[in-house]
Ligand binder design. Structure first.
Ligand SMILES: NC(=O)c1ccc[n+]([C@@H]2O[C@H](COP(=O)([O-])OP(=O)(O)OC[C@H]3O[C@@H](n4cnc5c(N)ncnc54)[C@H](O)[C@@H]3O)[C@@H](O)[C@H]2O)c1
Length: 339
């Protein structure tokens, strides 16, 4: 790895914590500083196994805090920033979008300026396929040339963040790359998202909610495949470029739920149909041929296998998600760090 001191923002969340574990497991010569505000989605228990690792450091703070961001970069001294920090749940953005604008737009501006002012630090921004809007059943998948057309406050804030990152490249020659990825699944995903929600509800013998008729289609990718793609972009990606990453696994929400019911040996009467999400995007799909031809990246974890292993992980780690569902996980930081 050509970078030695990496600042990961939002590393206490789902994808960021898996990224930190993956990178520290693969590279013994790197150091990672995790800057995370520990919002409801941040959970230091995701990184419990790394607490004693001398190459890992946690800094509690907000990416919008200009002073803290600059100090963290200078003190460590950072040569790569990977920005996972975000408000990430569409439903929450429908109810109140203010924190989405604050973190996803104002926050990245602070990070980009800090990268610029501290010697044009290499910057990778994690984004989503949702910035492209949604597709009809017969439309071609999104690729890097698809025009932006976000339809939720979440995706609009992520679109703004992508535009800002790209603008810092064109205006200031800041060495950025961006990845737009489809729906991730895997261990340590907050149980408000579809796969962990359904799995943990079924484990507790509760009903599983499904929006509308369950016909909405998402492309699913294992979090480890996503993070391997991020690593390859950091190592080999062309500065200023965007890469679309996808799992080549389009499924309706109903298909996902039925598959989980089958794997867990549960019956379809556990499904509860609820009123559809406002402005619910119909379909996302990703054409990742640029990442394949330029980086040699493609997803390696077959969906069926990845899903079974993920369900096993939630079944074997009830402590982790039960503490989240009860709210107890938010006490962990206070116990650990005495604040
Ligand atoms: N989950 C997916 O399927 C998916 C798909 C594509 C892209 N993404 C993107 O990947 C990134 C990570 O997603 P995730 O699912 O891990 O999210 P997550 O909600 O699990 O984690 C987000 C993390 O960011 C932290 N955070 C939030 N606001 C912050 C702030 N102001 N300062 C510092 N830290 C802050 C939270 O505490 C949390 O630890 C996001 O940018 C998201 O848009 C997610």
């Amino acid at each position: 790895m050509q970078y030695k001191n990496i600042l990961v923002t939002g590393g206490a969340g789902f994808i960021g914590s898996n990224f930190i574990r993956f990178m520290l497991g693969k590279y013994s010569e790197i150091k990672i500083v995790n800057l995370d505000a520990l919002t409801y989605a941040g959970n230091l228990e995701n990184l419990k196994d790394l607490e004693e690792n001398v190459n890992y450091k946690f800094v509690h703070g907000d990416i919008c805090d200009e002073k803290l961001v600059n100090e963290t970069i200078r003190n460590n001294p950072i040569d790569l920033i990977v920005n996972f920090a975000a408000e990430s749940h569409v439903d929450r953005s429908v109810i109140d979008s203010s924190s989405f604008i604050q973190t996803n737009v104002v926050g990245i501006r602070v990070l980009l300026d800090a990268a610029l002012e501290n010697g044009k630090i290499r910057f990778h921004h994690i984004s989503t396929d949702e910035v492209f809007g949604h597709l009809k059943a017969d439309e071609q998948p999104f690729d890097e040339l698809t025009p932006y057309n976000p339809r939720s406050p979440y995706s609009a804030s992520k679109a703004a963040s992508d535009h800002l990152a790209r603008a810092y490249f064109y205006t200031h020659k800041l060495p950025i790359t961006i990845s737009n990825c489809s729906n991730n699944y895997g261990p340590y995903q907050f149980p408000e998202k579809l796969i962990p929600l359904v799995t943990t509800n079924l484990a507790e013998n509760k009903k599983v909610p499904i929006y509308g008729t369950g016909e909405n289609i998402r492309d699913w990718i294992h979090v480890d495949d996503h993070n391997r793609g991020v690593e390859m972009i950091i190592e080999k990606g062309i500065i200023g470029e965007t890469y679309c990453l996808g799992g080549d696994t389009e499924k309706t929400n109903l298909e996902i739920i039925e598959k989980i019911l089958e794997i867990m040996g549960k019956k379809k009467d556990q499904i509860e149909y609820i009123e559809d999400r406002k402005g619910h995007d119909l379909r996302y799909a990703i054409d990742f041929s640029k990442a394949k031809s330029e980086l040699g990246w493609e997803p390696q974890i077959a969906f069926e296998k990845g899903l079974k292993e993920t369900i096993e992980w939630y079944k074997n780690n009830p402590d982790w998600w039960q503490k989240i569902k009860s709210g107890e996980y938010q006490e962990y930081y206070k116990k650990q760090y005495g604040e």
